[in-house]
Design a protein around this ligand. Sequence first.
Ligand code: FDA
Length: 497
Amino acid sequence: GNGAHVPVLIIGTGYGGSVAALRLAQAGVPVHMVEMGMAWDTPGPDGKIFANTRTPDYRSYWLRTRTKQPIVNFLGFPLDKDVPRYTGILDAEDFGEILVYQGRGVGGGSLVNGGMAVTPKRARFSSVLPSVNAAEMYDVYYPRANAELGVNEIDVSWFDSTPAYQYSRVGRKHAQRSNFDFLYVPNVYDFDYMEQEAAGTVPKSALAAEILYGNNHGKKSLQQTYLARAKATGLVTISALHRVTSVSPASGGGYTVVIEQLDTTGGVTATKTVTADRVFFAAGSVGTSKLLVRMRATGKLPNLSGEVGKGWGDNGNVMCGRANHLWDPTGALQSSIPTAGIDNWDDGGAFAEVAPIPTGIETWASFYLSITDTPHRAEFTWNAAAGRVELNWQASWKQVSIDRAKSIFDKINRKEGTIYRTDLFGIYKIWGDHLTYHPLGGAVLGKATDNYGRLHGYPGLYAIDGSLIPGNTTVNPFVTITALAERNIEKIIATDL
Ligand code: FDA
């Protein structure tokens, strides 16, 4: 409540925040978590908590009146439609030259993401987090993160036989015929559950096109893993629909945190002030960066490092589709959970996920999300006149990522005698290069913070989310965000508390 004092306040309930909450509570420290999105624990009028990807509704988007679907067009038909403005689950945050997709709600990105749980190849780790001891990460923290997140792998014999992964088998065949490394990608979606979906013995989720706006079954989001265990300690409370707007030193020590309570149209219904001995910024790369940059510029936290706001990257995300021959159908039934990848990082700087298009009809399309090695990094800055934080990303910077993704798909197209799809991202537009799902950086480890996420200039303030990672993880990021948070919180508990 208003005027309260808490030992630890955590801003955000995604991966970094959930790891911090569990470990602090296990160490006996009471924790209060503040989350701007909804709790996502109550069914809507259709009896379901989450909306289906094929039928977006009021639950799907964060304070938008029209959907902003990643695939904007299909066979010439625009897909977006009007929806009531609501504190929905997926935020397509527009920074002018890039759309940054993020999860909103208790569980953060784990509510909306594809669940792909990928540990980077160890040889590439020094490029991801140069100041972190790789041996510790691969011996202790990556295994710990994978175990706690409930990461599992698909049974390859089932993969080989189920109609739901026909699209992935076509992806595998084309990758292998062009001599690329093909790999099965682990996931936090329970593959045993998915096999039961296929057998018709349980309610369907992955096999009913649920993904982007939440999964009603099968997926282990943070609500089922870290956050469930954190709540079970009895020491963790979570305020949903509460947004932190300010953090500044309190006169008696600790920090004053200003929090707005929201209604489901985004309106502010109350403003509360609490004090906290320690504050963990776990609002995601964008959320943490925006708060810190604004606090520094507006005199609330003037001593934050000049590095705050810098080192932001898009993990080189770029999407594309390929048009297959009639003898290569990808299937009307497509599991919404991707479980296949093509690794051409060492030769071409690209790692491509074989992704579903779960439309329910045969499309003869292969669809891919590539993660690429791009040198471009943007910076968040405060625009005082406009009263907002801006990001100086340039749309043209995606060309590097397109070129790297082409190292895979031009070769496959040549080998197969196929072409790119031109209908998915606009009319005659091949590349989905207007967005990222993987924002990283803005409070980079060892620059804006020390080597464990302690923010320079303010004892008791920490960054513990994707903002610590300087722009690229070579693969999908949440396992690395989780493992780094495990490493950092262990050190912080041992030495600061
Ligand atoms: P995260 O974004 O998870 O959590 C931050 C939380 O803070 C949010 O809940 C937010 O609402 C809240 N918040 C922000 N500002 C606040 C404020 N001022 N006050 C209160 N709360 C605030 N990764 C992967 O590894 N495999 C995958 O398959 C995918 N797929 C994927 C698909 C889609 C559609 C998206 C959008 C993302 C992915 N990702 C992914 C990316 C992954 O989800 C992402 O990297 C992590 O969720 C980031 O974790 P963090 O802990 O950094 O923040």
